[in-house]
Structure formats: structure tokens, C-alpha cells
Write a protein that binds this ligand. Structure first.
Ligand code: A3P
Length: 305
């Protein structure tokens, strides 16, 4: 169902009130994949990154992997290899070496039940929604999610704040997560803020290591922070990753060398506050009004700069 450039995805996959990205397993049967995720057999030492899209998933995934290995070495595989919505066949997950750094964008209600029952670790990253909107806008335009490139305002109104939003939308995703975290009596969930990680990477990486019960010295923490800086991680994506192992992309993309291009553009700017270059004063005021209404009962503190 090809659409015009009015902000509609080329092939909108809608499931349970969410627009899902056009990853092959979701294109094939989104319900089946969501159910497979919810029913996934889990191990007690699995680590699950549950992060709204464009909030720093690749960055934090790489840090988690280095902490789990206790080595400041990049993974040869990309995070997509452990991405529950994108893995072509879920049986692959069973053969991954433990502890498994799994990651997903599905909202809390669709997380693997067994992982929650086990009290398995969940790492959540929260980024301010204005920068998330900007990051998603550039991502969708460069992956040609729309037939014609959209301007930011159209994307914002029709997609980011549209009637059916990506993974249910930032507000719904984060409020659902906040509710779950409030009930988390086993301290199984850690929420990091993208902005805090950017401003105080050593302190936040230590917090993450402590949460994962990983005993690492200050030297290694500093090395991990350095290797996972925006610039170095972007470079490593070009030089270290084995793109043949990326399951999310099509055959055509692999052979055309587009996988590398696509992965590289995931590291776009890596800054706090790019929203100021995209939101007009009017759009910003409109967003703040929606935010105040949506988040009136929430304790979430968002950092816009
Ligand atoms: P921008 O588009 O604002 O640059 P995800 O991995 O969830 O798709 O998130 C992508 C966003 O995280 C992109 O934001 C990307 O540049 C940013 N990012 C990736 N690595 C980063 C790093 N090491 N430091 C800061 N931001 C990073």
C-alpha cells in the first residue's frame, strides 16, 4: 500500500495500537513476533535493554556488552543481532552465549514474561521526547520510510504525534514503563537518562555496572566510556562490525553495501538539544502543553538540555 508523502509509512504495520517498523518479522506477522517475544524462554542472567526508539539503544547496548565481558572491546556483531523484533528466527536466541544482551523496543506489557518472573535485569534509557522526535525524523527520512522526504512539522504532526504512533508513542511507552518500575520490588529495572549519560558518563556507567553486579575498576570504566564516546563508536561501526551478521536488513541491502551505510547513519549527531534546531516556537509551546497534560501524574524528569 504505497502512500503519498503525507506522513504515512509506505507500508504501515499496525498492531495493538502501535505502528511497528518494517522489520521483516513484523512485516511477515507482527502478532506472531510480539507473542514470540512475550513467550520467550529466558535465562536468569539475561540482560534486557528496553528502550523507546532513538533514545540511545546502540550506545548503551555497547556499554552493557563491554561491562558483561569486563573488556573494553567492541562486539563484532551489531546490536541488531540481539534485537528481538528483528531476529529472523527466534530459535537463534537460544544459541546465543550467556549472559545474553537482548534488546527490544516493545512496550512493557509485551516483554518476555519469564524474564519478569525471573526478576531478570532490565536496562531502560529515557531521552527527552523532543530530541527523540528529531532523531526519529532523520532516521525515517534516511531509511526512506516515506515515499517522499517529509518536513519536520509534517513528521511531527502526522507521525510522532499522529493518531497511531511508533510503538504506541513516547508518552504511552514511558508512562507504562514508569508504572512497572514503581511496582518493581526486586530492583530489577534501572532507568538511565540519555542526557545524564552524556554529561556524566563515568558516574552513569558505574551505576550501570553496579546494577548489573559487575565488579570493574575505575580504569576499565574510563576505557569503556572512551570507546563508547559518540565519535569512537561511530568509527567502530564502520570498521569493526560484521555486517553480514545483521539480520534486520534485506538481502538487497547487504549486497548493495547499504547495511553499513544504514548502521553508520544511526550515529547522526549524538547531542542534547538538537530539537532547538527543528521546533519552531509555536510547535515547542504546543508540545509543552501536550506534555504537561499527558505527564500530569508522572514523576518522570525530562532533561531538555
Ligand atoms: P541523534 O539522531 O540525535 O544523533 P538508537 O540507538 O536508540 O537508535 O538512538 C540513536 C540516537 O543515539 C542517535 O541520536 C545517535 O546519534 C545517538 N547516539 C548513538 N551513540 C551515541 C553516543 N555514543 N553518544 C551519544 N549519543 C549517541
Amino acid at each position: 500500500m504505497e502512500q503519498n508523502g503525507e506522513g504515512k509509512p509506505k507500508v504501515p504495520i499496525i498492531f495493538d495500537g502501535m505502528v511497528c517498523p518494517r522489520l521483516p518479522p513484523l512485516v511477515k506477522d507482527a502478532k506472531e513476533r510480539f507473542e514470540e517475544i512475550r513467550d520467550l524462554p529466558c535465562k536468569k542472567d539475561d540482560v534486557l535493554l528496553v528502550i523507546y526508539p532513538k533514545s540511545g539503544t546502540h550506545w548503551v547496548w555497547e556499554i552493557v556488552c563491554m561491562l558483561l565481558k569486563k573488556k573494553a572491546e567492541y562486539m563484532k556483531e551489531s546490536k541488531e543481532f540481539f534485537f528481538l523484533e528483528a531476529i529472523p528466527d527466534m530459535s537463534v536466541v537460544h544459541n546465543l552465549v550467556s549472559p545474553r544482551p537482548l534488546n527490544t523496543h516493545v512496550p512493557y506489557r509485551w516483554l518476555p514474561k519469564q524474564h519478569i518472573e525471573n526478576g531478570g535485569k532490565i536496562v531502560h534509557v529515557l531521552r527527552n521526547p523532543k530530541d527523540v522526535a528529531v532523531s526519529m525524523y532523520h532516521h525515517f527520512n534516511s531509511t526512506q520510510e516515506f515515499v517522499e522526504p517529509l518536513d519536520f512539522k509534517t513528521f511531527y504532526e502526522k507521525v510522532f504525534m499522529g493518531p497511531v504512533q511508533v510503538f504506541g508513542g513516547w508518552f504511552s511507552f514511558e508512562k507504562e514503563f514508569e508504572e512497572a518500575e514503581a511496582k518493581d520490588t526486586r530492583s530489577a529495572i534501572l532507568t538511565l537518562h540519555y542526557e545524564s549519560l552524556k554529561k556524566n558518563p563515568i558516574q552513569e556507567t558505574k551505576k550501570l555496572a553496579k546494577f548489573l553486579n559487575i565488579d570493574v575498576n575505575d580504569e576499565l570504566i574510563a576505557e569503556i566510556v572512551d570507546k563508547c564516546s559518540f565519535k569512537k563508536l561511530k568509527e567502530a561501526t564502520d570498521t569493526v562490525k560484521d555486517f553480514i551478521k545483521i539480520p534486520a536488513v534485506s538481502e538487497e541491502m547487504k549486497h548493495g553495501g547499504k547495511a553499513k551505510e544504514m548502521m553508520s547513519m544511526l550515529y547522526r549527531k549524538g547531542e542534547i538539544g538538537d530539537w532547538k534546531n527543528h521546533f519552531t516556537v509555536a510547535l515547542n509551546e504546543q508540545f509543552d502543553a501536550v506534555f504537561n497534560l499527558e505527564m500530569k501524574d508522572s514523576k518522570i524528569q525530562v532533561q531538555y538540555e
